[in-house]
Design a protein around this ligand. Structure first.
Ligand SMILES: C[S@@+](CC[C@H](N)C(=O)[O-])C[C@H]1O[C@@H](n2cnc3c(N)ncnc32)[C@H](O)[C@@H]1O
Length: 216
């Protein structure tokens, strides 16, 4: 792999020093999130996607479970700093996506709401969730979608309708609307996700690993 230790690309405030993987389409950086964000110029990002630790006591790399089990106030303060800095590095018209569990998405949304424009709460289906205590079965995570002012870019692709694997017929009956969905359905705010990597044979770390094609 082509690792370098410094970069002067124009999104950095000056010379950035760290662990950088240079790829044809950009740079992948391994750094503490806040430090990384502080090294970026104001209004340099077209799009920001955040998949932060959910504060559920997961173990990431060398960190301990306790690092991901902060008091609610501490976690909220930390995420507030991250989100405020993200708002500063986002370009006018740029988009910010935050992936989180509903319990935190609802609180973090209030922070984003102050300076960004709310677009959608996208429900992403969770596969293999577990019922805990006196709660319903958790079947979705939230993907919050905000923009800085009016979006500079927005696509609403059409996605193929779901068909029966055996007979090829549409699973859902669209009745009189069939002619409108023949070229696909407009993308909605409910998205199906792939399953996380669970099998020990394919896992590189104990928690929250996503298959490489979808990794963030
Ligand atoms: C919910 S997981 C996201 C997983 C990611 N989408 C993937 O497929 O690899 C949260 C990630 O944040 C990383 N992380 C934890 N604390 C961090 C910090 N202070 N700065 C940057 N990353 C951090 C963890 O190591 C973990 O990989």
């Amino acid at each position: 792999m082509n690792f370098i230790t410094k970069s002067r690309k124009d999104w950095w405030k000056g010379t950035y020093r760290g662990t950088i993987l240079r790829l044809p389409l950009g740079e992948v950086v391994c750094d503490d999130a806040l430090h990384f964000l502080d090294c970026l110029r104001e209004e340099c990002a077209d799009m920001i996607f955040l998949d932060p630790p959910f504060n559920l006591g997961k173990k990431y790399g060398a960190s301990s479970r306790r690092d991901d089990l902060l008091h609610d106030d501490q976690y909220l303060n930390y995420m507030t700093s991250i989100l405020e800095r993200c708002t500063s590095v986002l370009k006018e018209g740029g988009a910010l996506y935050l992936y989180h569990v509903p319990r935190w998405a609802i609180q973090l949304s209030a922070i984003l709401w102050k300076n960004l424009q709310f677009r959608h709460w996208i429900a992403i289906t969770v596969k293999n969730g577990f019922v805990r205590g006196q709660y319903l079965y958790p079947a979705h995570y939230a993907l919050l979608y905000y923009t800085k002012g009016k979006p500079s870019h927005f696509d609403r692709p059409r996605i193929p309708i779901t068909k029966c694997r055996k007979c090829g017929a549409s699973i859902k009956d669209y009745g009189g609307y069939k002619k409108y969905v023949k070229d696909g359905l407009n993308l909605s705010d409910v998205w199906e996700d792939v399953s996380p990597v669970r099998h020990p044979k394919f896992k590189h770390r104990p928690s929250n690993e996503i298959p490489p094609l979808f990794a963030t």
